[in-house]
Design a protein around this ligand. Structure first.
Ligand code: SAH
Ligand code: AVI
Length: 322
């Protein structure tokens, strides 16, 4: 097992925060949610009764993994934003059962996640080579090891993480993923949350136990610790709503009163008006048309779309025309 670190997390956070908090409409990048505590909170979100995407995607993998393996002949799995790789184990097990499994490459910004997941998987799948990358998948895809001759690979982006990109960067990100795929040999396996009754979506991002609210506020805890800032975290309310026109969920933090905040590491003072909102995440929902359109724009052919029994979530296979 090897883990290569590419990330200069401190510089990336400082640059992003300076850029995001000095805009007229303040914004922070969602990748900064995931310090050790944020990653733990995300795992708890996945267990909330209202948060359906994880269960729906898992059920698709349980029903469809053997077929995905048979169809693609996959021997190597590269996973972007791998986290705990909980659901990924279902696919890895199907690869092992088919006798094709050779290498797993988890890529994530959260170092301890990559270390932990890599360590667990070499134990769980004897003979599996795990080559982890700690990095930003928008910047460090060049750290993904080259494919091996004769071993088809899948690049997976699960959980609906593609929805966390705004549409323009989503397209360019998909194009850079497409470059990792050999025409006629490799596939992209993409998890996308589907457009549905807004009440179901809004409930998923406003769970009754308040875990998503804690996850949202945790980004300010990260800024306080990493950038020596003095956000009064409890003075920000969690707010998540479905934008019906854009068909995405937007998570924001709303200042309960007027505030001045100092970010010492950036020598930056920022003020918030009473009720001012700071955007922390979008989570776009997809239709089959949007998916096909995005894939075509990235130079990919949408080959198969699998959904769960309730039609909540989709897992699709795409490839570069060979
Ligand atoms: N794939 C898992 C986890 C999804 S949570 C699942 O389906 O449940 C999103 C994951 O992506 C987190 O582990 C987070 O640390 C990682 N992540 C977010 N932005 C990233 C970025 N820019 N580069 C690499 N990893 C990122
Ligand atoms: C990781 N990502 C796909 C999650 C989502 O649903 O957009 C992150 C999340 N945010 C709030 N809850 C979960």
């Amino acid at each position: 097992m090897t883990v290569e670190t590419r990330l200069d997390a401190e510089r990336s956070l400082a640059d992003d925060v300076l850029d995001g908090l000095t805009r007229p409409f303040k914004e922070l990048a969602p990748k900064h949610f995931y310090d050790a505590h944020g990653a733990e909170l995300f795992d708890q979100i996945c267990e909330q009764p209202e948060y359906y995407p994880t269960r729906a995607e898992r059920s698709i993998l349980v029903a469809g993994s053997a077929d995905i393996v048979a169809r693609t002949g996959v021997g190597e799995l590269v996973e972007l934003g791998s986290g705990t790789a909980e659901k990924t184990r279902v696919l890895l097990a199907a690869m092992a059962a088919a006798g094709t499994l050779t290498r797993y490459v988890p890529v994530d910004v959260t170092e301890h996640m990559v270390q932990r997941t890599a360590g667990e998987l070499v134990e769980e799948f004897p003979g599996l080579r795990v080559e982890g990358v700690v990095g930003d998948f928008e910047q460090h895809l060049d750290a993904v090891p080259a494919p091996e001759d004769g071993v088809p690979r899948i690049v997976a982006l699960l959980g609906g993480t593609i929805g966390n990109f705004i549409p323009g960067s989503r397209r360019s990100f998909l194009r850079s993923i497409a470059e990792l795929l050999r025409p006629g040999v490799d596939h992209l396996l993409l998890g996308t949350d589907l457009v549905k009754d807004p009440a179901i979506i809004e409930a998923a991002y406003n769970d009754a136990a308040g875990v998503t609210a804690a996850f949202n506020r945790n980004i300010l805890v990260v800024l306080n610790r990493e950038l020596d800032a003095n956000f009064d975290v409890d003075a920000f309310e969690h707010y998540a709503f479905f934008d019906r026109e854009r068909e995405w969920i937007e998570m924001r933090l709303r200042a309960t009163h007027r505030m001045d905040v100092r970010l010492e590491a950036l020598k930056l003072d920022v003020s918030f008006a009473a009720r001012e909102e700071l955007r922390t995440e979008i989570s776009a929902k997809f239709t089959r048309e949007r998916l096909a359109h995005d894939m075509a724009a990235a130079g990919l052919e949408l080959r198969e779309v699998l959904t769960d029994d309730d039609g909540l979530f989709a897992l699709s296979l795409s490839a570069r025309p060979g």
